[in-house]
Design a binder for this molecule. Structure first.
Ligand code: SF4
Ligand code: FES
Length: 367
């Protein structure tokens, strides 16, 4: 198939983060500060990305503002002509830094919220005072004239307040809110029994969010995708493997998606050793599930195969044991019913012990 030009680079500058969200998208085995790429290596990467025709860079983590060079990297990315987005928990930055970042060329900020309820939000984040800091930072983002998206991660412990979380995003002057259901791999799958909503909760949320989309038309854009295990067809994860996105880990490994390291058969190249354009074209990891040739049946002869690209490889691995299987969320997939039954086992309407903290990621801000 024709090699597409990648569209966006997700730069995971660090895995360090003061929050302890139990659904964190970082790998369970976190990269330590001493293994992180230095400033010059990140700058070289940003230049290569711009030269390849990549349009956007998303500075992420962990918490990207835990890096002392965040302002220098944003300024350099802007100089290279990249659109810059800061994906932050909002608890380490402050008003002065947001204004400095705006002057450095930052275009967009994404702040995560854990709940509309302050106490519960702090509890889910594992960080007392987190909610107040997020609200204060959103105010600074607005005053600095930057675009703001709120990322609301939804799960059993906050799903009943999804309407209030959307209202909170409006009050934070966000232009967009992502109603993002937890993804079950990495930390999420370890804590799935405590995070998976009940079927009843999901049905109510679906109605509430759809009503909010109509009610708030013109006031805020609500991005909402039906939760995977509730859908009949899978999402086109990453808009197709190796087609639009490159994810760089703190150590400099180039991944086709943020969870790709969970797939044992993949070999990842490092941008400290190999040019980014060569990795994009030739790397085993990017080519393994690119296009449609790798697909098994029923995807191989399905008319949706260039629409959803067979769904999510990491989810296929997590739920079926093999990344090359059709994403079992698809109702045409072999084993769909069995996988759903297993997943939905965790969504029964039972009291669960709120002990997921013991599985939460550690506070690594100072590691
Ligand atoms: Fe998508 Fe494969 Fe299901 Fe067809 S069979 S809808 S390509 S996941
Ligand atoms: Fe890895 Fe979907 S998260 S392919």
């Amino acid at each position: 198939m024709k090699l597409e030009t990648p569209y966006a680079l997700l730069a995971e500058l660090t895995h360090r983060c003061p929050l302890r969200c139990p659904y964190c998208s970082n790998p369970v085995d976190l990269v330590r500060r001493s293994q992180e790429m230095d400033t010059e290596s990140w700058k070289s990467l940003l230049k290569q990305a711009a030269d390849m025709g990549i349009l956007q860079v998303h500075f992420s983590g962990g918490e990207p503002t835990a890096r002392k060079d965040i302002e220098e990297l944003v300024a350099y990315a802007d100089e290279c002509g990249l659109y810059t987005n800061l994906i932050t928990s909002g608890v380490l930055s402050d008003d002065d830094q947001i204004h400095r970042l705006a002057r450095a060329g930052l275009a967009h900020v994404q702040i995560s919220i854990q709940d509309s309820d302050t106490e519960n939000g702090d509890w889910i984040a594992g960080f007392p005072g987190a909610q107040q800091k997020k609200l204060a930072l959103a105010k600074s983002v607005d005053e600095a004239g930057l675009a703001l998206t709120i990322n609301a991660v939804i799960h059993r412990q906050n799903i009943d307040r999804v309407d209030r979380m959307i209202d909170l995003a409006v009050s934070m002057q966000a232009q967009r809110v992502e109603v993002a259901n937890v993804q079950y791999y990495g930390w999420g799958i370890q804590n799935r029994p405590y995070l998976m909503p009940t079927i009843k909760q999901l049905e109510i949320m679906d109605q509430v969010v759809k009503r909010k989309i109509v009610e708030l038309k013109g006031a805020i854009t609500i991005d909402y995708v039906v939760p995977d295990y509730y859908a009949r067809r899978p999402k086109a994860c990453m808009n197709g493997w190796g087609q639009r996105f490159i994810n760089i880990t703190p150590e400099g490994y180039a991944l086709p998606c943020h969870a790709a390291e969970t797939i044992p058969e993949l070999e990842f190249d490092n941008v400290r050793d190999t040019p980014l354009s060569k990795i994009w074209a030739d790397s085993q990891a990017f080519n393994r599930f690119r296009g449609t040739e790798w697909m098994p049946e029923p995807c191989q002869s399905c008319d949706q195969r260039e629409i959803d690209w067979g769904g999510c490889r990491c989810q296929a691995l997590a739920l079926t044991g093999a990344a090359e299987n059709t994403d079992p969320v698809c109702e045409l997939a072999p084993g769909h019913a069995q996988v759903l039954l297993t997943a939905l086992e965790d969504s029964r309407d039972i009291e669960v012990d709120f002990d997921y903290r013991k599985f939460s990621r550690p506070d690594t801000a100072r590691s």
